[in-house]
Design a protein around this ligand. Structure first.
Ligand SMILES: C[S@@+](CC[C@H](N)C(=O)[O-])C[C@H]1O[C@@H](n2cnc3c(N)ncnc32)[C@H](O)[C@@H]1O
Length: 261
């Protein structure tokens, strides 16, 4: 994890108290909107929490929104159990696995799984990413369309490796889902702007080999790893099943078949 130099700011008087409590909880300095000397600014804005990169003409901001935006669109368009992510976790009529999303990030995949009815435990180790996600979950929980979905999502800010290593067998999830940051090889101009700031925030996830090892010991049925379509296998481990879509590949490591006890 990198996190860089981050300060907390606010937009509009009504947001000041929120910004102060965030700065206190995350142990980050509080500034106005002047981000001098900082790389990024976590801003309590009237429309929700957002992460901005300091400087003019820089990309951003990052903001998670399950009600509007892409997640809202995906929810309304109702892509169902046939979509690659759903097939990868083994979702079927009458089978809704309990999923541990060990790399929650901005919660997009977890939201899709919860939209399909799965209970999802989201673990995110970056306190700032977790704060953006928690804010989006709070906003979605007061909207009647998204409330039943985010009720299925529980977020914890912690390192998933330690969490999984210490989990009693009775609490193990059916599926562990992993989507670690992929090593950065693309030309900067080709990388989406939002991704550039996000990478600056969370770094390269260079310990994802250990994450896969912990996940394979913890999952009752399977571990699903999301990778770019033409990338190498995580930790050079060949999966039992692969599910492809144009840009993404899901590598599935089966611990036990569904149906076995
Ligand atoms: C590529 S993002 C995941 C994106 C996510 N699937 C989504 O739909 O928004 C990877 C995230 O995993 C987090 N992460 C990586 N290793 C982790 C670990 N061991 N424990 C908790 N979070 C981890 C990183 O901080 C980063 O936020």
């Amino acid at each position: 994890m990198t996190e860089g130099r981050i300060a907390v700011g606010w937009e509009g008087e009504a947001q000041q108290a929120h910004a102060e409590s965030l700065a206190h909880r995350l142990e980050l300095p509080l500034t106005g909107l002047a981000a001098d000397g900082f790389d990024m600014l976590l801003v309590a804005a009237p429309s929700g929490l957002e992460l901005r990169q300091a400087g003019m003409g820089t990309p951003g901001p990052i903001r998670v929104d399950f009600v509007q935006g892409k997640a809202g669109h995906r929810r309304r368009s109702g892509e169902g159990r046939g979509q690659p992510l759903a097939r990868a976790v083994g979702l079927k009529k009458g089978r809704l696995p309990y999923v541990l999303d060990a790399t929650a990030g901005l919660g997009r995949d977890a939201f899709v799984l919860a939209s399909l009815g799965c209970s999802v435990l989201l673990l995110e180790r970056s306190p700032v990413a977790a704060a953006l996600l928690a804010d989006a979950i709070d906003r979605a929980s007061v909207d009647t369309k998204t409330r039943p979905i985010v009720r299925l999502m529980q977020l914890r800010c912690e390192n998933a490796i330690g969490y999984m290593e210490n989990l009693p067998a009775a609490a193990c999830p059916d599926v562990v889902y992993l989507d670690p940051m992929y090593p950065h090889r693309m030309k900067t101009a080709l990388v989406k702007k939002e991704m550039r700031i996000f990478r600056q925030l969370v770094g390269d996830d260079s310990d994802s080999r250990d994450l896969l090892a912990a996940a394979r010991k913890c999952a009752r049925f399977r571990v699903v790893v999301k990778r770019p379509a033409r990338s190498t296998r995580l930790a050079d481990e060949f999966p039992d099943i692969e599910i492809k879509s144009p840009n993404t590949r899901y590598d599935v490591y089966v611990n036990r078949g569904y149906g076995s006890n």
